[in-house]
Design a protein. Structure first.
Ligand code: FEO
Length: 170
């Protein structure tokens, strides 16, 4: 069992991962509505990735405490342009990183070694998440967020597929 405080914090993160999935699903719908099919595809894959993160928390909490599902906030519906979508994505991922780090600090403070070990996967994952988003953002700035530059990035983002890792349900 984990402490009540830890259980509450893990459930809050489960909710935030579900909210993250919702944010990206809304971005996917918005991108599709403005004709950016490649962006829509990328955000749909990102949505699936967040659902995988949420299920990791769900399964871990089921093993060590009680799952408490809360209301999920309504995500933003519209964005000015593709650049703003990725600026917001980077900000969002930085917030996820901060929350995961806080969770890990709590696990260390409580000498909860199992939870700390569980969180290491997310600590590594966030390094990758932020780097990937930053790379796309840089590309958009470099190629231009309109015209041929946008067309090129849109095509590239259209090739992303989501493949859950072998330990996705661990
Ligand atoms: Fe679940 Fe993108 O962090």
């Amino acid at each position: 069992m984990v402490s009540d405080k830890m259980a509450k914090a893990l459930n809050a993160q489960l909710n935030f991962e579900l909210y993250s999935a919702y944010v990206y699903l809304a971005m996917s719908a918005h991108a599709d509505s403005v004709g950016l099919k490649g962006f829509a595809n990328w955000f749909n894959a990102q949505y699936q990735e967040e659902m995988m993160h949420a299920m990791k928390f769900f399964n871990y909490i089921m093993d060590r405490a009680e799952v408490e599902l809360e209301q999920i906030d309504k995500p933003r519906k519209e964005y000015k342009d593709a650049l703003e979508m990725f600026e917001e994505t980077l900000k969002h991922e930085q917030e996820v990183t901060a929350r995961i780090n806080e969770l890990a600090t709590l696990a260390i403070d409580e000498k909860d070694h199992a939870t700390n070990t569980f969180l290491q996967w997310f600590i590594n994952e966030q390094v990758e998440e932020e780097a990937t988003v930053k790379e796309i953002l840089d590309k958009l700035k470099l190629a231009g967020a309109t015209g041929p530059g946008l067309f090129m990035v849109n095509n590239e983002l259209g090739t992303r597929t989501f493949a859950p890792p072998a330990d996705a349900n661990a």
